[in-house]
Design a binder for this molecule. Sequence first.
Ligand code: UD1
Ligand code: CA
Length: 457
Amino acid sequence: MTATPINVVILAAGKGKRMRSELPKVLHPIAGKAMLCHVIDTARALGAVRICVVYGHGGEIVPHTLAADDLLWAKQEPQLGTGHAVLQALPHLDPALPTLVLYGDVPLIQVDTLRKLVALAGDDTLALLTVVMDDPHGYGRIVRLHGQIVRIVEEKDADDAERGIREVNTGIIVAPTGALRRWLPQLGNRNAQGEYYLTDTTAIAVAEGIAVKAAHPANGWEVEGINSKIQLAALERIQQGNVARRLLDDGVMLADPARIDVRGELTCGRDVSIDVNNVFEGRVDLGDGVAIGPNCVLRNVTVAAGARIQAFCHIEDATVGANSVVGPYARLRPGTELGEDVHIGNFVEIKNSRIAAHSKANHLAYIGDATIGSRVNVGAGTITCNYDGANKHRTVIEDDVFIGSDTQLVAPVTVGRGATLGAGTTLTRDAPADQLTVSRARQVSVAGWKRPVKTKK
Ligand code: UD1
Ligand code: CA
């Protein structure tokens, strides 16, 4: 990251009425992260010296949610326009550095595009990010004379000829901060919307003889704003496409780049393969050679090299050891730590438990608050009764234990090294090492016993 000697102002005071939501617009997530947070992170990646967020609508929720040491906050109340919004931020800015204006609801702007724009900036230059659109409806138009930008006119204030202009204002600008101090207090609001337009600074700059230059985004979606859930959903897809492309570039094999959702940070080693319809949330780390089957959800998970997660697993706050095999249909809940070469099969639920190397629980089990050693076999239908209705207790199963099917381990209880529990055992006291412990009743057969028959009414 190279530091850029620049202030960044992020406008985020608007209401976002069309989102039809209690949540302030800029806190709605894209790829699992508040849209305003994308813009803040981009400003950070640019290496901005100061970042000031202008907030207003939704009150203190926005600064409370996103508070960080490197952020400055300026409250704009009431919201009288984009020029008025930037004016609120001015006292927070370093007057010796230029100021870049970004928008909390334009989340996918990229650092490379901003670098191109910032490269145009200077003490006597106003730099605008503009784009040519097939349908410019609704945007401010860039008015040029002999090729030079002379002003910006808003859609609602434009005449027919101006509405025909297809080069539009993205709203993103870099201006000398000293100039903003002169210009912003001069803005009037005698226009169709009765607002103080930031865009009117362009004509003022031209009148002062300051050069106005334009740069353009590398991709159209970088400057798309979000005003509705439809636009939010569209940019979510674009961002997921970006993430998928980055993964493919890094050598990850995706069965279908259109069917992966990364809502956080996914890092992958070499030769990782990911089948369709997986959701990755929070921080997920996949080691070399890891394979993820279709339809899994992984949230804050580390999967070590060579492990396989098979179809339909749900894994949260857990670690999976090297060369382990999980699923299909397994649920690993918070606090699960699997060692190397552990096998967890279908309909097995594990919570707050450590299972050491080469152990297996292949069918229909609940393992909660347990510490399980190496080379343990947990039979089908085994349950740790970890909860007595008031408190949770631990189950300890030492190395080389064999647990027969349909066993209940009533915690707190310990099964000693090398012990075997017979099928159907309800273990209420510790089982000694190397012995067979069985608790079930002796099998009897009752001669002459008849099944009950239905009584006639
Ligand atoms: C603005 C531009 C327009 C440009 C368009 C691109 C102006 C006058 N017009 O129009 O040229 O084509 O963006 O999308 O700047 N905001 C505040 N406080 C305010 C007003 C707005 O924080 O008082 C924030 C809003 O939350 C929003 C952004 O600024 O994120 C843009 O405001 P909006 O009113 O939507 O401007 P547009 O009419 O879209
Ligand atoms: Ca807008």
